[in-house]
Design a protein around this ligand. Sequence first.
Ligand code: SF4
Length: 503
Amino acid sequence: MENKKVLIRIQNLKQYFPIKKRSIFQRERLFVKANDGITLDIFEGETFGLVGESGCGKSTLGRTILQLYNQTDGSTLFYGRSISELAPRYVGEVIKSIPDGFPKYLNEKKIHEATKVAAVKIVDSVEKAAAEEKVINREKSLNNMYLNMLRIAGGLLVHPDLKLVSNQLQELHQHLEKTAVINRKLRMAKKKLEAGELDEKLSAKVVVWKDELAKLMEFEKPIRVKLAELHAQAKNQPHYAEFVAFEDNGIDLSRLTREEMRELRSDMQVIFQDPYSSLNPRLTVGQIIGEGLLAHDVFKDSNSEKYTEYITKVMDQCGLAPYFIHRYPHQFSGGQRQRIGIARALALNPKFIVCDEAVSALDVSIQSQIINLLSDLKKENNLTYLFITHDLSVVKYISDRIGVMYLGNMVELATSDQIFENPLHPYTEALLEAIPRTDVVRQELTILEGDIPSPIKPPKGCKFHTRCRYAFDKCKVVTPKWEEIEPGHFVACHLRSKDADQA
Ligand code: SF4
């Protein structure tokens, strides 16, 4: 996967839901920790399968990536568009904070480094692991606070005059805000062109916008030259290369305004689990599929011929007959309804689709039809899927890589073959053993005992220790590290840790 382009980069994502206090005497505020520090890359064109028991936080993760929930902590970077293309508001705020923020970051980093050194010197292995865990958590929170600044300014942060750096970056950002407005109009015109809606009036406007954009690009050149000069001055400063490595043009979805996120929604869609409740019973199939197109201004008139033509084209792609366009959801079977849901997600020509248990509510024969349809559409439209399911046999068939979640954390991540041929985490092992098989001679079934613990007060140490057949003392106290055990195969278990004295 190393040659593949990252489309979504999730770093230390946390999604906590506050619980209402039971009485005025209750001091501690409790949270349901649905996602608790997830780090993950999803590559362009891949199908990433996400598995785990009900209640482990899979669907919450999918919805948080789409920012349907306000992310509690961490960042979700989207590379389908760049910062320069969108010029989001948070970038301007981060740039303004550089002169004060960077010295603060250096100071906190110094304290953190000292704690790190102290942790290494601890002899007792359990105490050492607990101290290292604190170091990792501190590092994560430092990253959360300052990472966007490092991503945006990178090597320029070591320049001796941070006010000058901030002013120059602000000048560039203000300029990019202007180009973003024109780019937005051009992108919309392109969508209209793809949908066959581009008329003469709009074509004339496109010519004017392209001219304006070309002029703006000319103004951008001297700003870029000044920034290059600042880079040249910073190059000789210590740690320049270290900070250049942080530079990143991904958009942090968790920092976008509602309007900015709305603009990106056309690139990121979702197919819901329940084909019955996810479709509005009062709307016809045509209205359901076309809702997003009208909301995003791709079409203005829902009575136009081109609109109907476009809708029927999308329906045809999803295996729905054109004459279904005026029918209501209750007139369809579960499989057909799911096809409507898929057509709705596809209509805006997205780059990324979250399939949230998209086939779980369907009969086995219909499941295979829908999975084949999703696979074909992925090839035709160069889509990227996050495929959430609790059904391991389905995920094996469709996924390139699989992530296994337990109680809000990722416990194993590898290619589909690696997970099925060589599962390293005891939880993955138990899930695989639970898949129904038709072997005449089969090994004794190992049952995963007990229920998934509460995500409000999860067990200390390894969250799986209450149900793990290999658990030992250390598992009850120390959280296992997330490590790459073999190329592309990550796992969080003391038994598999590379650290010799971990197990
Ligand atoms: S860390 Fe311990 S409890 Fe957790 S999965 Fe590994 S062996 Fe089991």
